[in-house]
Design a protein around this ligand. Structure first.
Ligand code: G3H
Ligand code: 13P
Ligand code: ZN
Length: 332
């Protein structure tokens, strides 16, 4: 279906809802449109505490790169919404004039509404595990509410799962996003971006065989939805170096494998405008803290190892911005 006609015209919200802001938090609409036009992707990084936020902000300032901070329900449970919001507000005083703060994997309309009512201008409703018609209905409900507040919505269609050795590509790809459904889904729900399943999975153990992304499927979806931002979840690269470092200092992480950086860069040039990264941040934090504590057994001041963690996050995010996201100098 290469070169298929676009299923419908997009970009109704930019300039209206897309330009809204609350407490300095903005939508991702312009950022993702710029990324699509420039053939790169914006990194969306999961945040859970102050050091992670600071590491990402420091990297973005140094790289002059756009970025998205995203918060899961688990992060809210861990840190508490007031802390998350205030930490991100504090980050704006450090450099970026405004920030895209995004809910990652909101499980229901009610959860998305809570985040929107707290000041988030971008939310993801992940009803992808529900039957297709329910996914449409719940996502549409969220989109209507979000748009009434000037905010934007990411939906998800398809199931993320890596390709295992013992699973045939055909079987695994049955969970991948169906291109014609993607068109219908976007049109019926009114979402502003769409997470698609093309071979990635969450976590550090994405493939037991060779890494794989279904580029043909991505090409088809992108050709049907030109100018529409697609999102890749499960996009950590799980670098061997970081895993080895963690293991060298007492970790036991075996059989890990991520998405190679070249594949991510290729996907970014083909219509993926947002790339989600959490696992690589977790690994950077943990490996650096393991090493610090092992190397400084007498030190019990948390500022010692937390400083190392912050630096490790900054280094990892900067590397990603240079090597994968190719967005240097494009801070909005
Ligand atoms: O995709 C999920 C993210 O990695 C967030 O994980 O729910 O454990 O915070 P979490
Ligand atoms: P990783 O587990 O590959 O970092 O993916 C994170 C993600 O998709 C968050 O939504
Ligand atoms: Zn995800």
């Amino acid at each position: 279906m290469k070169g298929a006609a676009a299923c419908f015209e997009y970009y109704k919200y930019i300039g209206t809802a897309g330009s809204a802001r609350q407490m300095g938090f903005i939508t991702s609409a312009h950022m993702l449109a710029d990324a699509l036009e420039g053939g790169y992707a914006v990194g969306a990084f999961n945040v859970n505490n102050m050091e992670i936020i600071q590491g990402i902000i420091d990297a973005a300032i140094e790289q002059k790169s756009p970025f998205i901070l995203q918060v899961s329900q688990g992060a809210r449970k861990y840190a508490g919404m007031p802390y998350i919001i205030k930490l991100c507000e504090a980050a704006m005083a450090e450099g970026p004039e405004d920030i895209v703060l995004h809910l990652d994997h909101g499980e229901s309309f009610e959860v998305c509404r809570e985040f929107l009512d707290s000041g988030f201008m971008s939310v993801m409703i992940d009803a992808s595990s529900r039957p297709y018609s329910e996914n449409i209905a719940e996502t549409k409900r969220v989109a209507e509410y979000a748009h009434s507040k000037g905010a934007v919505v990411e939906g998800e269609l398809g199931m993320l799962s890596g390709i295992e050795d013992d699973v045939k590509v055909d079987e695994a790809s049955s969970k991948f996003t169906d291109p014609s459904q993607a068109c219908e889904f976007v049109e019926k729900t009114g979402v502003d971006s769409l997470a698609i399943a093309i071979g990635t999975s969450h976590g550090a153990f994405k493939y037991s065989g060779d890494p794989y992304l279904d580029f043909a499927r991505l090409e088809e979806i992108a050709s049907l939805l030109p100018g529409f931002p697609l999102v890749l979840h499960g996009a950590s690269s799980v670098p061997d170096g970081i895993v080895s470092l963690a293991n060298e200092y007492g970790g036991k992480i075996t059989g890990s494998k991520g998405v190679p950086e070249e594949m991510l860069a290729k996907a970014a040039s083909m219509g993926i405008a947002k790339i989600n990264v959490d696992t690589d941040i977790r690994l950077a934090v943990t490996a650096s803290i393991r090493k610090y504590l092992y190397s400084n057994p007498e030190d019990f001041d948390p500022r010692g190892y937390l400083r190392e963690a912050r630096e490790a996050v900054k280094g990892m995010v900067m590397h990603k911005m240079q090597a994968v996201l190719n967005s240097s100098g494009r801070m909005h």
